[in-house]
Write a protein that binds this ligand. Structure first.
Ligand code: AHG
Ligand code: MN
Ligand code: MN
Length: 332
């Protein structure tokens, strides 16, 4: 059978299952095209001088890399003129970006982390783009308030991983599918359908340099994993930490695992490290759609009612049984 491109996949989803309409189809195609441009910019690296710092800070108070700014611009420019969006919001911008008056407006709100894992960009380690789509509530101006909807309202979420291959991982709320960029064809091609995360795992991901700042339930959970076959779990666990959420989540999508960026005394004042709207919600939606779980240690991430566009939250996600155990330690 001939390869199923992203375009064909989306048309068939619309025709057979009616899970998406033309506007959402266009939106996903445009985001995918922007991800191809970002992949191309990243791929050129030192040849075009795109590595290194931009010399500015973003709204999160973090130093921006040149590729943070370039990726943000690529996504804004690609999505302004299609008529499918009411507004966009980005990790890199303080306020929502309105659609310029010269273009028609649509019903969707697009949120993105244009370049995730940017501390890895200068060392040639995988980075990515994360995005989430909401509907602008009827009769509401597409300002900040319109975006403050719980993750359960997402109509679509996805991420691109710029690694040895460029992948697009997508959910429309009907399972998770993976597309691989064929660089010669210039198309994303469906390479894995209806991905499922194993319920059990012996692999965990956490930045252990924060151990002394963790809360007691996280210390207990990780100590038990580290004790391996001599401890209460009775077998050894392996550890991985890329420090690009997309890469760590993609490993979990591929072979299971648990990822934790828990609350710790360093980030407690901000609510956590990872951003609810640009990182936690889209990843939680994808993980749940693949049969995994995603909590903030207390409850389901997708149920959190956001208080602000740039809100941060603790994140525990991945293989169902491990996430449930780590969450239970918090509630006990
Ligand atoms: P970003 O590059 O978009 O700011 O995100 C970085 C995030 C996330 O990708 C990763 O899981 C985490 O920060 C890594 O944090 P540490 O450097 O504290 O390990
Ligand atoms: Mn990020
Ligand atoms: Mn980022």
């Amino acid at each position: 059978m001939s390869p199923v491109t992203l375009s064909r996949f989306l048309i068939e989803e619309q025709r057979k299952k009616n899970v998406i309409g033309s506007d959402l189809r266009l939106l996903i195609e445009v985001v995918a095209r922007a991800c191809k441009s970002i992949a191309s910019a990243i791929g050129k690296g030192g040849l075009t001088g795109v590595l290194g710092s931009a010399g500015s800070d973003n709204i999160q108070g973090e130093a921006q890399k040149k590729l943070d700014v370039i990726s943000n611009e690529i996504l804004l420019e690609a999505n302004e003129w299609g008529g499918h969006l009411a507004a966009m919001a980005s990790e890199e911008m303080e306020h929502p970006h309105p659609i310029p008056n010269r273009y028609p407006k649509g019903e969707f709100l697009l949120l993105f982390d244009p370049l995730d894992g940017s501390s890895n960009i200068d060392v040639n380690v995988s980075v990515g783009t994360i995005f989430s789509v909401l509907r602008c509530p009827d009769g509401m101006e597409p300002g900040e308030q319109a975006f403050l909807q719980p993750g359960t309202r997402q109509v679509c979420a996805g991420y691109a991983v710029y690694g040895p291959t460029t992948l697009l991982v997508l959910t429309l709320g009907d399972g998770v599918n993976i597309f691989t960029l064929d660089r010669e064809l210039g198309s994303f091609v469906l390479t894995q359908e209806n991905v499922r995360i194993p319920e059990d795992t012996r692999e965990f991901a956490i930045n252990a340099s924060n151990a002394r700042h963790w809360e007691a339930p996280v210390k207990r959970y990780i100590d038990e994993l580290l004790a391996g076959k001599d401890g209460p779990r009775g077998h050894d666990f392996n550890m991985r930490w890329v420090a690009s959420m997309v890469a760590d989540v993609h490993r979990i999508i591929s072979r299971g695992g648990i990822f934790l960026y828990p609350l710790d005394s360093k980030t407690a004042a901000k609510g956590g490290k990872l951003r609810l709207m640009y990182e936690a919600n889209p990843m939680a939606f994808i993980i749940e759609q693949a049969g995994g779980r995603a909590t903030d240690g207390r409850g389901r991430i997708l149920d959190i009612v956001p208080a602000g566009l740039h809100q941060r939250v603790p994140v525990i996600l991945g293989s169902r049984n491990e996430v449930e155990r780590a969450t239970a330690y918090h509630i006990a």
